[in-house]
Design a protein around this ligand. Structure first.
Ligand code: ATP
Ligand code: MG
Length: 779
């Protein structure tokens, strides 16, 4: 019952068709938002299978989220039938994990390796800094991890990083990188960035392995190509570029057919290493590449599109695009200036009520904001009015303590070398294995060069452990060993989970507690068991299922597969499905909204310092990235767009008075209908500098008290601190701060004693520092 040729090309315009049926040379489809790039990519996969006889297993399609992958698979399945399940449609990370599970031994890993998320990595970095005796005040774990992540995204390995280090700080970072990698490998674990880098290194070190995958994947397709980083680019290149070792002999396979689709104006992940050059240089990087332009937008009204075009037009050095639509003008954009963020949320809520009364479904509505924290006020009002909503992102189910604990148990059962997970559960629930005993075991493991788990099994040989602790350790080891046999026997993940929660005493401790929070924890664990059961019963379902191996019978839906599924769940995978959310308003950050569309969109918090983000204010290229984010936000809307801002917004506990976002000034004046303006709102009288302890902007009635106490504090500080030499700095200078670590100067204001520098400390954020007092050194 596969779709006919006509059906496969139905509802496509000429250039879209050309992209679907294109054969041979690498193909780049560049086009603005909503022009059907994702539709073309999906149809092309169906076309390859149905019309060109491609084996589904020879197709590798990369999407930006697991959710998008699942949707794409479903759509292709509708067109070509069940065999579509053999395709690899996944994120870069999921695809790399599948490859690495098979080839792990070549990299000195076991197939059961753990995948560490940000929280695990941070714990491990804590141990690394301790081992290297680096002061965690000076070397913040997150700052070091960001630095390492940047290196990995650029495929800079440990040796290379050591060579490149050019000052004492970077040398310390490079040492931390080396130790961190060593400990990861000892724990049989990889972090997120490793997944990509390790696959690239695998292909580089083992040409025959690379050749196997080049033979396997005859078609490679990549969505959202503008957001690939260097490591991801290298991976695609290895699979699809002409092989330099190809001597023309029959032994080498021709490169896979490659299609990438993207939009340079929607590149919003530079902070994670995405490189816009990948799309701009495509024709240079892939021999005889062709490109196809799509210019008709099918998503939005003319009003929305004109606004998006005008805003993005303020970015320099971009190729202008002519994106048009025949959808008609539609409604004007509605603008609203609220007195504060609560009033803004009330406006959004009231407007949604009005829209719903007029026939819209809450599920048609999305509310976007720049940072996760902004969701809170919307949640408050929706809870009060009883409007069902769903926040995508924020504190996620899999980040809850009890869920992490349970998963740590499972990980140790699969991979006993996983020291971070093991230490997490060693004394959780409390079973009388204290810090001292743990330290003795750790020291013993290090001396004997054995894993932490092995050291636990031999704890009686480790000096310094009290007899009581020894008994408790023995009890713990016994339980783990016993339940591990269920893993060996390929028992179902849900059964193993229930057993370990019971045998470890974890559940009993929660159930005995009279803290109401612990009741919620028990419910969450029940939910996790349900997730595991669902997985055991239908491993195909869910966001990142990759059934190739399941169908081929090489993998059972075992515990390892379950853990992998869970490890790769991302924020955007929680986007509700259209059918079961007709009554639910979706709240999410602009970053998460990429690739999606909604009939009605509220773009909130349009204030300088919020959106664009404060970090970007002094930096031209970051401002351009923020503007691209605005372009993404605006172009999600199909019929109706609302833009709003608050005159006063509380930040760090003190209200700030932010000017209108500069992006608002870039909107076409005649296309926005401002239903409420700032006339009535209090105006700032003086410009105040912003800082962690000072309020942002002028005091308002509500904030005045706060402000004066902050001012008094500042005053006291300046009296108490004797002036010191003011370092002379310029934007771009690298500096080091006693507690924030290394950073880059992004902006300077004021002169002499009053000079203030904005310094980007990576994960610690951008800080505004009064140079006279800040413990800052120029590198
Ligand atoms: P983005 O840049 O936001 O990722 P995109 O270029 O991937 O957007 P799609 O999401 O594929 O665009 O398509 C946008 C909307 O237009 C979708 O609702 C899609 O179904 C519709 N669409 C695409 N092409 C056509 C067409 N030829 N005729 C009718 N509708 C179309
Ligand atoms: Mg798309």
């Amino acid at each position: 019952r596969a779709a006919s040729r006509e059906q496969l090309l139905e509802g496509l315009n000429d250039p879209q068709r050309a992209a679907v049926v294109h054969e041979g040379a690498p193909l780049l489809v560049v086009a603005g938002a909503g022009s059907g790039k994702t539709r073309v990519l999906t149809r092309r996969i169906a076309w390859l299978v149905a019309e060109r006889g491609a084996h589904p297993g020879s197709i590798l399609a990369i999407t930006f989220t697991n959710k998008a992958a699942a949707e794409m698979k479903e759509r292709v399945e509708e067109l070509v039938g069940k065999r579509a399940r053999l395709m690899w449609v996944s994120t870069f990370h999921s695809a790399c994990v599948r490859i690495l599970r098979k080839e792990a031994d070549k990299l000195g890993y076991k197939a059961s390796f753990s995948i560490y998320d940000a929280a695990d990595s941070k714990r491990l970095m804590g141990l690394v800094l301790k081992e290297l005796e680096l002061d965690p005040k000076k070397y913040q774990p997150n700052a070091v991890l960001n630095w390492i992540s940047d290196r990995k995204n650029e495929l800079v390995d440990v040796d290379e990083a050591a060579k490149q280090a050019s000052n004492a700080f970077e040398e310390a970072y490079a040492r931390a990188y080396r130790t961190y990698q060593r400990r990861l490998s000892e724990a049989n674990a990889m972090d997120f960035d490793d997944l990509i880098m390790a696959t690239v290194h695998l292909f580089m070190a083992f040409p025959d392995v690379r050749e196997t995958y080049r033979r396997r994947f005859r078609h490679v397709l990549v969505d959202e190509y503008q957001d690939t980083n260097h490591a991801q680019y290298a991976l695609i290149h290895q699979l699809c570029a002409h092989d330099p070792e190809d001597d023309g002999s029959a032994q080498r396979v021709a490169p896979a057919e490659l299609m990438v689709v993207g939009d340079a104006d929607q590149s919003i992940y530079a902070f994670r290493g995405a490189n816009i050059r990948n799309i701009l240089d495509f024709e240079k990087d892939f021999a005889d590449a062709t490109s196809i332009l799509l210019e008709q937008n099918y998503r939005s009204t003319q009003t929305i599109l004109a606004t998006a075009n005008q805003v993005i037009g303020h970015n320099k050095g971009r190729k202008p695009k002519r994106l048009w639509t025949d959808a008609g003008d539609g409604d004007k954009i509605v603008g609203w200036v609220a007195d504060d963020e609560h009033a803004e949320a009330r406006f959004v809520s009231d407007e949604i009520d009005r829209l719903v009364d007029a026939g819209a479904r809450p599920g048609d509505v999305a509310v976007f904001y720049r940072t996760n924290a902004q969701s809170r006020v919307f949640e408050e009002i929706f809870m009060r009015t009883g409007q069902p909503y769903k926040v995508v992102g924020g504190v996620r189910f899999y980040e809850r303590k009890e869920v992490r604990d349970a998963l740590a148990y499972l990980r140790v059962l699969v991979n006993p070398a996983d020291e971070i997970s093991l230490r997490r559960i060693l004394n959780t629930p409390k079973r009388g294995i204290g810090d001292r005993a743990e330290a003795c075991v750790s020291a013993y493991a290090e001396r004997e060069r054995i894993t932490f788990f092995e050291a636990l099994t031999k704890a009686h040989l480790a000096p310094g452990i009290a007899t009581r602790s020894l008994k408790n350790i023995q009890g713990f080891v016994d339980v783990m060993t016993e339940v591990a046999q269920m893993v060996e026997a390929d028992e179902r993940p849900d059964v193993i989970l229930e057993t370990i929660l019971d045998r470890s005493g974890y559940l009993a401790e929660l159930e005995a507690s009279d803290d109401p929070q612990d009741g919620t924890r028990v419910e969450n664990l029940a939910e996790l068991v349900a997730v595991a059961r669902e997985f055991a019963e239908d491993p195909q379902a869910g966001p990142s299922a990759d059934p190739t191996d399941v169908e081929a019978g090489t993998v059972s839906p075992g515990l390892g597969d379950f853990l992998e599924r869970v490890a790769l769940v991302a924020d955007s995978d929680q986007i509700p499905d259209a059918d079961d959310t007709a009554g639910v308003v979706t709240l999410m950050t602009l970053h998460t909204a990429k690739g999606l569309e909604f009939p009605i969109v509220f773009l909130t918090g349009l204030e300088d310092g919020v959106f664009p983000h404060m970090r970007a204010l002094g930096d031209a290229s970051e401002l351009e990235e923020e503007r691209r984010l605005a372009y993404v936000g605006i172009t999600r809307a199909r019929q109706k767009l609302y833009v709003s801002r608050a005159v006063v917004r509380s930040a760090w506990g003190a209200p700030s008075h932010n000017p209108a976002s500069r992006f608002i000034d870039e909107f076409p004046v005649d296309l926005v209908d401002w239903k409420r303006t700032a006339q009535m709102a209090p105006r700032p009288r003086t410009e105040y500098s912003r800082g962690a302890s000072a309020p942002m902007g002028a005091p308002t009635a509500a904030g005045r008290r706060n402000f004066s106490s902050a001012a008094a504090r500042l005053d006291a500080v300046s009296k108490a601190t004797s002036a010191r030499e003011i370092p002379s700095l310029a934007p771009g200078d690298r500096v080091v701060h006693d507690s924030f670590g290394m950073g880059t100067v992004v902006a300077l204001e004021g002169v002499a004693e009053k000079s203030v520098a904005s310094v980007d400390f990576g994960s610690a954020g951008v800080k505004r520092l009064l140079l006279r007092y800040a413990p800052l050194e120029k590198l």
